[in-house]
Design a protein around this ligand. Structure first.
Ligand code: MTE
Length: 299
């Protein structure tokens, strides 16, 4: 029996596929972290998730190349076990933590989130993850810390894309501390009830649903608590086009294209265009974080 991703469509068949996996034994290893029993979060959207195939074949993960199909083609070689994360800077308990220790005790939830890329496409993704705030509370954020900086693994022998100097590796991202502590902000370890596919940022990636997708850094190996705004990859590359905040905002266009609408991947040629929502539809939850800020200046 050989399954390909194209055998997989949203929810109804998802269970079937898992039953096949259970019976398939060695063919597909049992995911170590993701649990299908993860509680469904009240933060989930009711919108229908994209198919597993859409989510795992149309990706941005420049460490594996710049093409949308490159991550699915090349990320299979990435070793994700063992995996450890350095947590450092202004924390009470800095250290190098094994992934198992990072996720220990954190309640896993299924979070079905809208995901809006700065390139003006979108998806709905059923992540499995836990709140970043839970981890930050565990390591103890010191007074004076104002931002959280993240870095992705750089492993040239498994990541063909890092041979290209166009990005100053490692891929870097950052959040203000209040954004990082917000309950919508999660570290995701899986999707569709399975351990995170490599092309989506295995074994652990950030998801910040009210920000453009590039803020959701993949395959994280370092989390640092700092007191100044950290450098971020897209801002370093092109500061006039990509700001630190990168909140989804239909009223603030990218200098080269409109952000007023988006193409929902998988919705077909004619059904797929829809208006982009302020903060990607999470305005009620997050607008207060930016009270008094000029979002055209702080883009
Ligand atoms: N993280 C790393 N390390 N490298 C990347 O190239 N691309 C970002 C983000 N995280 C990227 C990354 C961009 S541009 C997007 S849109 C999302 O990942 C895509 O996530 P997805 O492939 O899971 O949909």
């Amino acid at each position: 029996m050989r399954l390909t991703w194209s055998d997989v469509t949203p929810k109804p068949l998802w269970l079937t596929r898992r039953q096949l996996m259970a019976g398939g034994g060695a063919l597909l290893a049992t995911p170590a972290l993701a649990k299908i029993e993860a509680a469904k979060s009240p933060y989930s959207t009711d919108e229908a998730p994209n198919s597993f195939e859409d989510i795992t074949t149309y990706n941005n993960f420049y460490e594996f190349g710049t093409g949308k199909g490159d991550p699915a083609e090349y990320a299979g070689a990435l070793t994700v076990d063992p995996w450890s994360i350095v947590i450092d800077g202004m924390v009470d308990r800095p250290g190098t933590y094994d992934l198992a220790d990072v996720v220990k005790g954190q309640p896993l939830e299924e979070r079905i989130y809208r995901f809006r890329c700065v390139e003006a496409w979108s998806m709905v993704i059923p992540w499995i993850g836990f709140q970043l705030s839970g981890l930050l509370d565990r390591v103890g954020v010191q007074p004076g810390a104002k931002f959280v900086a993240f870095e992705t693994l750089v492993r040239p022998e498994e990541m063909p894309g890092v041979a290209s100097p166009f990005i100053d590796w490692p891929y870097r991202e950052g959040l203000r501390l209040d954004e990082a502590m917000h309950p919508l902000t999660i570290l995701a370890t899986g999707l569709y009830g399975e351990a995170m596919p490599r092309q989506n940022g295995a074994p652990i990636r950030l998801v910040v649903p009210w920000k453009y997708g590039f803020k959701s850094i993949k395959s994280i190996v370092r989390i640092s608590l700092v007191d100044t705004m950290p450098p971020t990859t897209w801002n370093m590359l092109q500061p006039s086009e990509y700001g630190f905040y990168s909140n989804v905002n239909p009223k603030v266009d990218h200098p080269r294209w409109s952000q007023a609408s988006e193409r929902r991947i998988g919705a077909g040629l004619f059904g797929g265009r829809q208006d982009t929502l302020m903060f990607n539809g999470y305005e009620a939850e997050v607008a207060s974080l930016y009270a008094g800020q000029d979002l055209a200046a702080d883009f």
